[in-house]
Design a protein around this ligand. Structure first.
Ligand SMILES: Nc1nc2c(ncn2[C@@H]2O[C@H](COP(=O)(O)OP(=O)(O)OP(=O)(O)O)[C@@H](O)[C@H]2O)c(=O)[nH]1
Ligand SMILES: [Mg+2]
Length: 392
């Protein structure tokens, strides 16, 4: 799996930019003997922002981008000039990316929509230049604010596919064959178990130009919730699907027992999965005649809609789509996650000072060279003393 293109887990070290220091400059010019303080403000450090991008469906690009560092703000300059702001770093992630703190494992946030921006690390605010600190009693403040420090965090990004329908079945149940029959996806199909090693998404066209997303995940076996088979690694992808389509092949020894094992594994993995709407499809029904179907139908559990399908002959596929569509659009099943809005990505973004970030820089620590505004010493109030870094 190491060289697979499907990456659903990455760890990234992120750092915002430091704020630039305010300047301690004094105006100097011919015939302006006492120009006064004119040190400008430092620029703010770059933010680190996560942005949902519907054109991505794995975290693969981030695999080669383990460190994301925004740049620092520049210091303020003479003549009240502002330092340049640091550059923000935007990390594009697929919709359905969940963010955890790598140190504590704490859940931080998730990015579900295309174009959605999550402000992860705030860049340090720039320090104020000395001209801000001039008062009637201290007209020559030698103090300017340092910039705020950067914030550094390592986060874990985990992708949970956002599909309307998740396929649940034992290996060889015919999941991939179904996906290839109802969508343009071309998953690998073969008569041995675990043909599908990583999730596949397909868009299923429905009537009147509507469509929904179906996810084929690797087969589930008994003990999957404890890590057997490809097990746990992919079970979490089902958490985010609106509807679960259980598939049991017509030639299974005991259809009901298989269905119950699957359901048991899912609920052991996450009890909330039991609340999701379910549809049961008996796959490979081309192997059954009507009489057998009637017999099987009688044994099926109540309260879950079922349909006999064959991905090979196309039997029951329209009925299946109708059933799935009804469940997806059922008000009581609505997951806001499943309606990804398809608006175009806009390249620029604006973050205002009031926006909340997950991680904020702490207040700046004045370094020793700085005089606090209160440390004013009249003895030093002599222009000849000022270090003047521009007009040397
Ligand atoms: N007769 C018949 N055979 C089918 C049908 N659907 C799938 N098969 C066969 O069943 C076998 C397994 O199909 P897959 O689609 O690869 O099964 P899967 O559930 O994706 O299996 P894994 O990826 O291994 O979990 C293949 O040999 C298919 O040709 C069907 O509707 N009728
Ligand atoms: Mg498969």
């Amino acid at each position: 799996m190491a060289d697979s293109n499907f990456i659903d887990y990455v760890k990234i070290q992120c750092r915002s930019g430091k704020g630039g220091a305010g300047s301690r400059h004094f105006h100097r010019a011919k015939y302006v003997p006492k120009g006064g303080p004119d040190g400008g403000d430092g620029g703010r450090g770059g933010h680190v922002i996560l942005r949902g991008n519907r054109n991505m469906w794995t975290l693969l690009p981030l695999r080669y981008q383990r460190h994301v560092f925004a740049t620092n703000g520049e210091s303020g300059g003479a003549g009240r000039s502002f330092g340049k702001d640091g550059e923000d770093r935007i990390i594009d992630v697929p919709c359905g990316t969940v963010v955890f703190d790598a140190e504590t494992g704490e859940y931080l946030t998730e990015v579900t929509d295309d174009g959605q921006e999550v402000y992860l690390l705030r860049g340090g605010r720039g320090g104020l230049g000395n001209w801000h600190f001039a008062t009637s009693t201290n007209r020559t403040p030698r103090y300017a604010q340092p910039g705020e420090p950067a914030v550094e965090r390592t986060v874990i990004l985990e992708l949970k596919l956002l599909a309307d329908v998740g396929l649940v079945g034992f290996p060889n149940a015919g999941k991939s064959t179904l996906l290839s029959a109802v969508s343009a996806a071309k998953p690998k199909i073969a008569d041995y178990p675990f043909t599908t090693m990583e999730p596949q998404l397909g868009i299923v066209a429905y009537r009147d130009n509507r469509s929904f997303v179906m996810a084929d995940i690797p087969g589930i076996i008994e003990g999957a919730s404890e890590g057997k088979g490809l097990g746990l690694r992919f079970l979490r992808h089902i958490e985010r699907n609106a509807v679960l389509l259980f598939m049991v092949p017509a030639d299974a020894d005991d259809i009901v027992a298989q269905y119950e094992i699957l359901l048991g594994e899912l609920t052991r993995f996450n009890p909330e999965l039991a609340d999701k709407p379910r549809v049961l499809a008996i796959s490979k029904s081309d192997m059954l005649d009507d009489e057998l179907k009637d017999e099987i139908a009688k044994t099926l559990p109540e309260g879950i809609p079922h349909v006999f399908i064959s991905a090979v002959t196309g039997q029951g596929l329209t009925q299946l789509k109708d059933l799935l569509w009804a469940e997806i659009t059922d008000e009581s099943n609505q997951l806001q996650l499943s309606n990804i809005t398809h608006r175009p990505l806009d390249g620029h973004h604006r973050v205002s000072e009031e926006d909340a970030f997950i991680f904020e820089p702490s207040a700046p620590e004045p370094d020793d060279e700085d005089f606090g505004a209160d440390d004013y010493d009249p003895e030093l109030d002599d222009f000849e003393d000022f270090d003047d870094d521009i007009y040397k």
